[in-house]
Design a protein around this ligand. Sequence first.
Ligand code: ZN
Ligand code: ZN
Length: 367
Amino acid sequence: MFSLSFLVIFALVALVAASDYYKILDVHKSASDKDIRAAYKRLSKKFHPDKNKDPDAENRFVDIARAYEVLSDESKRQIYDRHGEEGLKAHEGGQNQPNPFDVFQNFFGGHQQQQVRRGPSSLTEFEVSLADIYQGASIDFMIKKRILCDHCRGSGAASDGDIHTCTGCNGAGVKLVKQQIFPGMFAQSQVTCNDCGGRGKVIKKVCPHCQGHKVIDHTAHYTLDITPGMPEGHEVVFEGEADESPDWEPGNVVLRVRSKKEKGGWRRKETSLYWKETIGIDEALLGFSKNVTLLDGRSLELVRTGVTQPGFVQVIKGEGMPAFGRKGSNGDLFVEYNVVLPVEISTELRRKLTDAFRHPSSTHDEL
Ligand SMILES: [Zn+2]
Ligand SMILES: [Zn+2]
């Protein structure tokens, strides 16, 4: 019973395996290694059974892994091109094929990452209000960038049929040129093919959507999440969101978050907040109680009894910036007092002050 069902499965596998690896990966016979990698990257994610619940997805995933395994291996691909599936089987001599999940793991696990060219990352200074850093915020922003043309998927050709192997170099991308160095003596050197610019392929009819540029301009929308207490210069990374190109894996968009200079007088140093409060001479001498509006709109009462010197700093514990990543713990608030004197004083006030400061005993006697 077991051996019978095994046979049935084997027959099924053989039937599926007889299909075209190029078709499975949806690539042209002349596809480059890069095209094959890109196709595998796209399809293996799409049909991974963890994500795709279609009952056929797992079979597709297995086929895609096998097709990639063969076509990404130069010698296996050659044998397959010349002698087909049967020839390849004979070459492999009954060796175990790699587990399709291992193929996937290796591909995405960074194992082959060194071979992938990374496009440039962008770094932008991004100013937000101190209030946004204090309370946390979600800020929408846009980035102008280049994305792969959605019509030609980055090939630059009107259709796949418009991509031809370069006749100048037979697809190699390089030409051998013979140079005569002495009469009767030749040297051979390799130069980049000028017909195809080294790509090995020429496009007969360019994509009408991107005019053959392979990429198009695009405005992308993102949301920057500000965590309360985010440090100055903190970098938020949007992975793989920089300019796209068929030649590379896109780099990252990095935003360096900074607080705007506030005209209101709030300053921040790590978890400390600084506020300058201006008081009159009467308040400086006699004491006061007044309200200051905090960065989240709350009102805080500042109270001083007795004399407040100009430049005096009052420390209010726990009313500073939230500590980044430690919810509920705040630094301190430092309030510095600035004392303003009146521009002029009335004769009446002058007399009273003279009495108070110059003749304190006589004032006292009158009382
Ligand atoms: Zn060429
Ligand atoms: Zn295009």
